[in-house]
Write a protein that binds this ligand. Structure first.
Ligand code: PNS
Length: 158
């Protein structure tokens, strides 16, 4: 059985995240979503809220997907869960430099490789930060995030 690890802040999950995770589920037997408990930027949703959103979004695949909050080094979490590979979505060249650096650091710390999945171009412009800004300033994110996330964002910024 091959287990892939998809790490992220997921603050909140976007349609881009959902697309990458769904494609991971079509490639790997088992997928672990690692929700960073303390992201580098101040989070809008706490790790329990972000984990609960992902659980609801992937409730139909609950037998093949495991969703866990983590703190500390990603590679320690990855080793504990015995994952085979880390998977990251890449939107644009601007993502590449930082993602490459993290992938190489993680490999040198643990020997665990990272695979990059190109984001569906439909979602190439999406980021959690921009989605939050759009909703905070009164715009609609209906085409950018799943309906349950739209509701959560509206409630948070009400
Ligand atoms: O969704 P994001 O914010 O791009 O996710 C970044 C994340 C959570 C994958 C990255 O910040 C991370 O791995 N954090 C855990 C701490 C760690 O292992 N740092 C060293 C990375 S080389």
């Amino acid at each position: 059985m091959t287990t892939a690890l998809c790490p992220g802040s997921f603050d909140p999950p976007t349609n881009g995240h959902v697309d990458v995770i769904r494609r991971c589920l079509s490639i790997f037997n088992h997928v672990v979503l690692a929700v960073v408990a303390n992201p580098s930027k101040q989070a809008l949703f706490d790790s329990n809220e972000r984990t609960a959103m992902l659980e609801e979004l992937f409730k139909d695949e609950a037998d093949r997907i495991e969703i866990k909050a983590f703190s500390g080094l990603l590679v320690d979490f990855a080793r504990d869960r015995r994952v085979d590979v880390i998977v990251k979505g890449l939107r644009a060249v601007s993502d590449f430099e930082y993602e490459l650096q993290m992938a190489q650091m993680n490999e040198s710390l643990s020997g665990i490789n990272t695979l990059f999945l190109p984001t569906n171009p439909e979602y190439g412009y999406l980021s959690s930060s921009l989605v939050k800004e759009v909703v905070r300033l009164g715009g609609s994110a209906d085409t950018m995030v799943p309906p349950l996330v739209v509701t959560a964002l509206k409630e948070r910024y009400a």
